[in-house]
Ligand binder design. Structure first.
Ligand code: ACO
Length: 192
């Protein structure tokens, strides 16, 4: 996904860029006006990625936006194409901790607070080339979490295929009740 501005000062020069609720652009120098411009560009990048992901999933409202990032303790991992002149964003993965109620096989309910996959998108022109896996592996490594300890918020068919193929995750424990904005039955807790 390309933008009408150079992404290097906004996202840095690395293959992965990690953004949290503070929405800090990579470039720090250049005075107040420049910093505000970079902050606005970072907001644009996040909003456009959120819209593209929502469109790909057939959602009417994006799950990811700059405003939502600011009001939650979520972490956004972006995968970059850093080639000049402006670079591009190839995809992103958003995660965050959520309190969930899970229904165990014996019918009992358990409260847990796992790291939850909240949004995941690779640009249509780049899917099925291993980029999603690259993003996911980076996230697992930085968050120090095993894939079978993750929860997934309303996984799409593509994401279920992805998790089965790369991580052998095929079974889940359904969530019950509603807490922290996650809909009953909408989350799958994965384990091997
Ligand atoms: N149809 C079915 N399965 C697919 C598709 C597809 N069009 N694309 C990817 N997959 C699954 C398959 O298991 C595929 O393996 P295969 O090609 O051998 O069948 C595997 O993913 C490919 O792995 P990667 O190349 O590493 O993944 P990719 O770069 O394509 O990224 C992603 C996966 C992010 C799910 C991507 O397909 C995408 O953006 N899909 C649209 C948005 C979406 O559904 N996001 C998940 C929303 S749910 C949530 O975030 C909680």
């Amino acid at each position: 996904m390309e933008f009408p501005f150079d992404l290097a000062p906004v996202l840095g020069g690395e293959r992965f860029c990690v953004v949290d609720q503070h929405l800090r652009p990579a470039g720090r120098g250049g005075g107040t006006a420049k910093r505000e411009e970079l902050e606005q560009q970072l907001r644009t990048v996040i909003d456009e990625l959120g819209k593209a992901s929502a469109k790909a999933q057939g959602l009417s409202t994006p799950v990811t936006s700059a405003a939502r990032m600011e009001s939650n303790r979520h972490v956004l991992y972006m995968l970059r194409d850093t080639r000049p002149p402006r670079g591009a964003v190839l995809g992103f993965l958003k995660v965050g901790y959520k309190k969930l109620f899970l229904l165990e096989r014996d019918g009992s309910h358990v409260e847990v607070e796992p790291l939850c996959v909240l949004d995941f998108y690779v640009h249509e022109s780049q899917q099925r080339r291993g980029l999603g896996r690259e993003l996911f592996q980076e996230m697992l490594q930085r968050e120090r979490v095993a894939p079978q300890r993750l929860a997934v918020d309303r996984p799409s068919a593509k994401l279920l295929g992805f998790l089965g193929k790369h991580f052998g995750l095929r079974r889940g424990v359904p969530q019950v009740g509603r807490k922290n904005g996650i809909t009953a039955g909408g989350v799958l807790f994965l384990y091997l």
